[in-house]
Design a protein around this ligand. Structure first.
Ligand SMILES: [Zn+2]
Length: 677
């Protein structure tokens, strides 16, 4: 058995793509075990080197270590997100704490740190290139932030904390997945009043997939439940769906996330204290562009009041529409999207259902490839011959200037059972050039409802471009060291390349060419483009409130100084009252299913990062509109430098080199229609 384990072989596949057809769940545990041992042996070789520590024998040696574990872990985490099954989930529960303990062992190795510290102290005398200087500083800082300067007892405690947190993160995500997989709203034709054709078709397809031919199914995937809340004329069913959607993760019993949140917050607080910070938020923000929780809060404060003000004006319009519709009570959270759509249709003289036939998924994919080509000189050739992990996945060879292959792009667009909700970019291999060129293998995941053809909303199209912006950050990377590759940048900078790329989904140049009716092939009428763009600020009070409240509750949860376990339901209630959350608007993510914060620590005390990066993307895109050409070659070349630089330079330095100055907030306020509010 073990001699057939694909993780113990070189992959002679095209591009070194994982041999998905041969990888079975049972291959992961022995691979994890062997490669953890192998990495420890590599670290022992570095720490046991009798020669004095140098950049080459310590930092570069570290960059070369752990390759087998990384390759195995990348395949595992990608499959677990995109195509999981009970076997992979069980392995994750077993190995998440083992892998966390393994990482702690390395991060807290005193001899390893002593060697890195020795190199770090001589850094100015070493004649290092700028990327090497930064690499050295980052390695040093990461170990300090992981606890390298702690005493032995504190180190033991730190390792216990990180190991336990890995288990809790895994359970949190699996609980949300459980609630999403469990729930479905099974409807008959007569229940579909108000649903446009695309939502009708998607519900029929979801039913077919579940063996319920002739019925209609609404799921808790955003791309299924949001259109239902927007169009269903059945207020009772909207309420049912909304309540199920917002209750994910808070059902009492074996899948309740509330106790997991309480324990995670205690552990994070303990971790921050050990490292000399008063709160976890202060600890996390210290290594970001924002630097302090106060800076992030200040940005949120600048949008919160204008957003609430705009939302109140929006609500008044919605209530007028609801009264006209015969609703004799205040609107509820499950009414907002429904009446917003009615008001938009009237005010801007178009509705979402009239727009959607023009947004065919395949055409919008061609549009994003075209935009990337015009901006950055890359092209995408389909490679249907390559083996992938699911029949829905499409592979593309990416070519740069001169037709040279620069990477591989996998596109996994449809919602299905066993796939995490949401949209994300990830990689199977990162670009680097330490011992010769290594090409990136990047994947974009979306959760669109499959149709024939698949039609997107305007928002879906923006999501498609957003993830592709992250994808380009991985694909255009031109760095020497893997630790600095592509998206390995500060958390509040990583959304800049993705969010700025959304602007090209909305460019009239893109819409005229690629937004074509799925039946007639006719381009979207010019008048409809104008209406679509005129309506861009519509409902932005709602969108800003539902987002900003999440960013604020995230910072508040992680700025708690109390050691007592949080009662998350009470905390949420108090928070909403204190900030004056409009009761008709729900949090975009309630704590019990807030995967950004608790499915891992990636965005813990960091959900503000989207708004932080939006200051940059709004200001950054203005660099194109100011010169009157959204494909201006000189501006695009300066932007490409950011996509290629990875983490080789400080993010603000990179931004200044692109824009010639630091960002201003005004374009963001204008972009959300908050400037006049
Ligand atoms: Zn993103």
């Amino acid at each position: 058995m073990s001699e057939q384990n694909p993780f113990f072989e070189e992959w002679a596949t095209p591009f070194g793509l994982p041999p998905f057809d041969r990888i079975k769940p049972e291959h992961f545990p022995p691979a994890f075990d062997r490669f953890m041992a192998e990495e420890l042996a590599e670290i022992a070789a570095i720490t046991g080197d009798p020669a004095a520590a140098t950049f080459a024998n310590t930092i570069e040696a570290l960059e070369r270590s752990g390759r087998g574990l990384e390759r195995t872990g990348d395949v595992f985490s990608n499959l677990r997100s995109s195509a999981t099954n009970p076997e992979l989930d069980a392995i994750a529960r077993d190995y998440a704490p083992k892998l966390a303990a393994h990482r702690s062992t390395i991060a807290l190795d005193p001899v390893l740190f002593a060697r890195i510290d020795a190199v770090y102290r001589q850094r100015d005398a070493l004649d290092l290139a700028p990327d090497q200087q930064r690499l050295l500083e980052r390695h040093h800082l990461q170990l300090v932030r992981a606890g390298a300067l702690l005493g032995p007892a504190e180190k033991t405690r730190m390792a216990e904390i990180t190991t336990r947190m890995a288990t809790l993160h895994t359970h949190f995500g699996q609980n949300v997945q459980h609630d999403e997989d469990e729930w479905r709203l099974v409807l008959d034709e007569a229940d579909l009043e108000g649903l446009p054709q695309f939502a009708h078709d998607a519900a029929a397809e979801a039913a077919r997939e579940r063996g319920l031919d002739g019925k209609y199914v609404i799921t808790l995937s955003r791309s299924s439940v949001e259109p239902f809340l927007t169009f269903s004329a059945r207020r009772d069913l909207r309420e049912t769906a909304y309540r199920a959607w917002t209750a994910r993760g808070e059902h009492h019993g074996g899948h309740d996330n509330a106790p997991l949140i309480a324990e995670l917050l205690q552990l994070r607080q303990a971790q921050a204290r050990l490292l000399g910070y008063e709160t976890y938020a202060a600890y996390r923000l210290d290594d970001t562009m924002a630097k302090t929780p106060e800076a992030a809060e200040h940005l949120l404060e600048q949008v919160w009041s204008p957003a609430k003000h705009k939302a109140a004006a929006e609500r008044a319009e919605l209530e007028a529409a609801a009264h006209a519709d015969g609703l004799n009570e205040p609107i509820a959270p499950w009414d907002w999207r429904y009446y917003a759509e009615k008001v938009r249709a009237r005010k801007y003289d178009f509705d979402e259902a009239a727009v959607k036939p023009y947004f065919v998924l395949d055409n919008m994919v061609a549009a994003m490839f075209d935009a990337a080509g015009r901006l950055f000189g890359v092209s995408f050739a389909p490679r249907a011959d390559l083996p992938v992990y699911h029949p829905d996945v499409k592979a593309y060879e990416v070519r740069g200037e001169g037709g040279k292959t620069v990477g591989l792009f996998l596109h996994d667009n449809f919602a299905r059972t066993g796939k995490r909700s949401g949209a994300w970019m990830s990689s199977y291999r990162d670009q680097e050039n330490l011992d010769g060129p290594v090409l990136p293998i990047v994947v974009n995941n979306n959760n669109f409802s499959k149709g024939d053809p698949t039609l997107l909303s305007f928002d879906d199209a923006k999501t498609l471009f957003h993830e592709f912006g992250h994808g380009l950050h991985g694909l255009l990377s031109q760095v020497r060291y893997k630790s600095q590759s592509g998206t390995a940048v500060r958390r509040d900078f990583v959304e800049f390349p993705s969010q700025i790329f959304e602007h090209w989904a909305q460019a009239p140049e893109t819409l005229r060419k690629y937004a074509r009716h799925y039946q007639t092939g006719e381009p979207i009428p010019e008048a409809l483009i104008e209406k679509l763009l005129a309506a861009r600020n519509f409902n932005q009070g709602f969108a800003t409130v539902e987002y900003a409240a999440c960013a604020m509750i995230d910072l508040e949860l992680h700025a708690r100084k109390s050691d007592a376990p949080v009662d998350i339901a009470a905390f949420e209630r108090d928070f909403l009252a204190r900030v004056g959350m409009p009761k008709e608007i729900g949090l975009r993510h309630r704590p019990t299913h807030f995967q950004h914060l608790f499915d891992g620590a990636g965005y813990a005390a960091g959900y503000y990062a989207y708004l932080w990066a939006e200051v940059l993307d709004a200001d950054g895109f203005a660099a194109f509109t100011e010169v009157g050409d959204v494909f201006d070659p000189a501006t695009a070349a300066r932007l490409k430098a950011i996509y290629s630089a990875g983490d080789t330079r400080d993010p603000m330095e990179l931004y200044r080199a692109f824009r010639g100055r630091e960002p201003a907030i005004e374009p963001l306020l204008e972009q959300r229609g908050l400037d006049a509010a």
